[in-house]
Design a binder for this molecule. Structure first.
Ligand code: FAD
Length: 448
């Protein structure tokens, strides 16, 4: 009888343990995706993420169809919708790959119990992380709060498993189950259609993700360690949205990277960036309220001044008059991504020079990044703001001018995104605001 594979953040056929398990079981398979904007605590997707999801689902649906299976799309609170689908499909088993954010875990745990009580076989698998959060523990049995020992501990665990092969044929369920039409979900922007830059920049879907991985490994990995910090160099993998939506598994990236014999420094550096992704999820798993709550609670005493709406808006729209910051914010608006070095610089300017609470920046990134995820985004914002796990020391306030000199020495990145058009003068005095930020931090230090 029918097995359901519930796709979530794993929009791929290759190395998909849930799909693999359903196929091993032998009966017909029904594939399901649920758009859940209603369950308590589940954070509604941002605009850029919805754009990506639309195209990635279209690609997945087509690939499933080619292999003989249907992708059923349903919308609503996942717990209810999944139960209903099990009933509609008369399914006797359901498989999924695990999620690690708090509200999603609650849904999955509840469903597991309810479905098992009804005699439905339920199994879940590790697919989105190389090292599941609870498997990495300090000697004292606690979670890690510093990256280097965390990553060392990961490496002493059994190596990530080899990726599973992509199925060539999937026997679909005989009777069709009602599905929404993807277009009816209105995930794409309409009026205005701001997604032109996204369309120019990205091709969502598993085949393009694989292609991008291969290109990166062939052309860019060797130089990664040297050039990864230069925003104009195009030296990084651009895999983050693909990992976010699971068009590629980290296992595939891991093993394919190790299979190319490149200089150890580049390989190690690249794999350790995947390690930061793991660490962000480890941190979220143990601190589920990471997007709202300071990870270091002493930062609750930080004396944020009343919100300066004008300054926030200037930052959002790339009109601060600080060249590297405006370039980054315009890159983000146009493409749905921003180079990592520049993300750090714009976040530092917002939280330290403009003294705007990191949550405002996190929310803007959530809405505009194609790779925004529940762990990496708040984790990195808190890292820059100083309130996060293994955060940069507060007094390391990025100077955007020095950063530009060092990492964009010919001004290539800046002129690509600003075309020489800056607001006349910076809206903030970098030196004076740095002093004000350090004074504000004194309050945190005193409250400890
Ligand atoms: P590469 O340099 O090729 O790195 C390879 C992969 O490692 C990335 O695809 C990503 O999956 C992972 N990675 C690298 N750096 C980090 C990091 N610091 N934290 C977590 N994973 C990392 N990354 C996201 O995936 N989603 C986010 O929402 C996000 N928000 C961020 C917010 C701020 C304020 C900052 C400073 C960083 C943020 N990052 C986020 C991390 C990083 O900027 C992006 O992962 C990276 O720029 C993606 O480009 P890439 O794929 O070419 O990276």
């Amino acid at each position: 009888s029918t097995s359901i594979v519930w796709f979530r953040d794993d929009l791929r056929l290759a190395d998909n343990p849930a799909l693999h398990a359903a196929l091993e079981r032998g009966g017909p398979v029904l594939c399901l995706f649920v758009l859940d904007e209603q369950s308590p605590g589940v954070r509604p997707l941002g605009g850029a993420a919805k754009w990506w999801l639309h195209h990635s689902l279209a690609s997945l649906g087509e690939r499933l169809r080619e292999r003989g299976a249907q992708l059923v799309l349903r919308r609503g609170p996942a717990e209810k919708v999944v139960q209903q689908t099990v009933q509609d499909a008369d399914a006797s088993a359901i498989f999924w790959n695990r999620r690690y954010a708090g509200p999603e875990r609650e849904i999955d745990t509840a469903l597991k119990q309810e479905l098992r009580a009804r005699g439905v076989e339920v199994a879940s698998f590790a697919a989105s992380l190389l090292f599941e959060p609870w498997t990495v523990r300090t000697g004292a049995g606690t979670p890690y709060s510093v990256f280097t020992p965390f990553w060392r501990a990961c490496q002493s665990l059994p190596a990530p498993r080899e990726p599973l092969a992509e199925p060539t044929e999937i026997r679909g369920a005989k009777h069709r189950v009602a599905s929404d039409a993807l277009d009816d979900w209105r995930l794409l922007p309409h009026t205005p259609d701001w997604a032109g830059g996204l369309r120019e920049t990205w091709q969502p879907g598993e085949p393009a993700a694989r292609e991008r991985l291969e290109q990166f490994l062939t052309n860019d990995l060797a130089d990664y360690d040297r050039a990864r910090d230069e925003p104009a160099a195009g030296a990084t993998s651009l895999l983050s949205p693909r990992l976010r939506w699971g068009e590629l598994s980290p296992h595939t990236v891991w093993h394919e990277t190790l299979a190319v014999a490149e200089p150890a420094a580049s390989t190690h550096r690249f794999l350790s960036e995947l390690g930061w992704r793991e660490f962000a999820w480890h941190t979220l798993f143990h601190s589920p309220d990471l997007a709202n709550q300071n990870w270091r609670r002493e930062f609750d005493a930080f004396p944020w001044p009343p919100l300066d709406e004008q300054a926030l808006s200037a930052w959002q729209h790339g009109r601060t008059g600080v060249a590297l910051v405006d370039a980054g914010m315009r890159e983000l608006w146009h493409t749905g991504t921003m180079h990592n070095r520049v993300r750090m610089v714009v976040a530092s300017l917002l939280t330290k020079n403009l003294l705007i609470d990191w949550r405002h920046g996190e929310q803007w990134f959530w809405d505009t990044l194609v790779d925004a995820d529940a762990a990496s985004n708040p984790f990195n914002w808190q890292w820059v703001a100083g309130s996060g796990a293994d955060a940069a020391p507060y007094f390391r306030i990025f100077n955007p001018e020095l950063q530009a000199k060092k990492f964009d020495p010919h001004g290539e990145y800046i002129s690509r995104w600003t075309a020489g058009q800056l607001a006349s003068a910076p809206i903030v005095d970098l030196r004076a605001s740095r002093g004000a930020a350090l004074n504000a931090y004194d309050v945190v230090k005193r409250s400890k």
